[in-house]
Design a protein around this ligand. Structure first.
Ligand SMILES: Nc1ncnc2c1ncn2[C@@H]1O[C@H](COP(=O)(O)OP(=O)(O)OP(=O)(O)O)[C@@H](O)[C@H]1O
Length: 251
């Protein structure tokens, strides 16, 4: 089954069209990257899928259901987003426990105590962090909380917006390994924005390369080994990354 399908999606902020005709499919269980320079519209695509960029046209389907405009609670339990900045994305005056319990309350899900304990275990956070506030956690711990918050509703699809780029290099590797393990354990589908080609090689099967709001090529991540990209822009992005990125660098 197709987890995410975009057909001719245009996305605008006011009068400015940011994304032009985005079309791609992500299979269920696949990990797919959106890559390209800063400002090329990668995050904007994730936001439109998540309902955070209201001005779009075209078709967005998630798990076989057409995505409407705006917030959709039923949709939230199937598809969740993790943001780049774990400092900004967690409310400063809410404990980890309340951050994790809130989505369960909103969706009327019981057995909350067990679910919170289990999700902390799943993301590798000790139970003693449960009643702490974000400022009492490291950047990596905060990102684990953000991942736990996304996973607590047991979604099938995760939208990951540069989930490690705000973190120290050693912590980046920990979080990438965590995301990789969770995907394997739970059969999740990932759509991931990154500007880091080694991360694509480590995490993803395929990538769409974006330039100025347009997808110029969809390539398997094996192209990172030999540079076999078809589009000149993709080739220049690959060359600028130093070619054949050393995937061991991040693990
Ligand atoms: N809320 C907004 N209002 C107006 N313009 C926006 C808004 N958010 C993003 N943009 C513009 O949309 C364009 C694409 O931004 P987007 O964040 O999607 O790029 P990106 O490829 O994800 O880059 P980055 O890697 O820097 O996040 C940029 O020119 C940006 O200035």
């Amino acid at each position: 089954m197709t987890a995410i399908s975009l057909r001719n999606v245009d996305i605008s902020y006011g009068d400015t069209k940011i994304v032009h005709g985005a079309t791609f499919d992500v299979a269920e269980g696949e990990s797919f990257a959106l890559v390209g320079e800063s400002g090329s519209g990668k995050s904007t695509i994730l936001k439109a899928i998540a309902g955070l960029a209201p001005e779009w046209t075209g078709d967005i389907d998630v798990l076989g259901q057409s995505r409407g405009h705006g917030v959709d609670y039923r949709f939230a339990s199937r598809c969740q987003m993790v943001f780049q900045d774990p400092y900004g994305s967690l409310h400063p005056r809410k404990t980890v426990d309340s951050v994790l319990t809130e989505p369960l309350k909103i969706h009327g899900i019981g057995n909350r105590d067990t679910r919170v304990k289990d999700i902390l275990n799943a993301v590798g956070l000790d139970q003693r962090f449960r009643f702490r506030f974000p400022h009492q956690l490291s950047g990596g711990q905060r990102q684990r909380v953000a991942i736990a918050r996304a996973l607590i509703l047991e979604p099938r699809v995760m939208l990951l917006d540069e989930p490690t780029s705000a973190l120290d290099v050693s912590v980046q590797a920990e979080i990438l390994n965590l995301l990789k393990r969770l995907r394997a354990e739970q059969g999740l589908t990932y759509l991931m924005v990154t500007h880091n080609l080694p991360v694509v090689g480590f995490m993803c099967e395929r990538m769409a390369i974006m330039n100025k709001g347009r997808i110029v090529e969809i390539a398997p991540s094996t192209a990172l080994h030999d540079g076999s990209f078809g589009d000149p822009y993709s080739q220049s992005l690959y060359a600028a990354s130093g070619g054949n990125p050393d995937l061991k660098e991040i693990v």
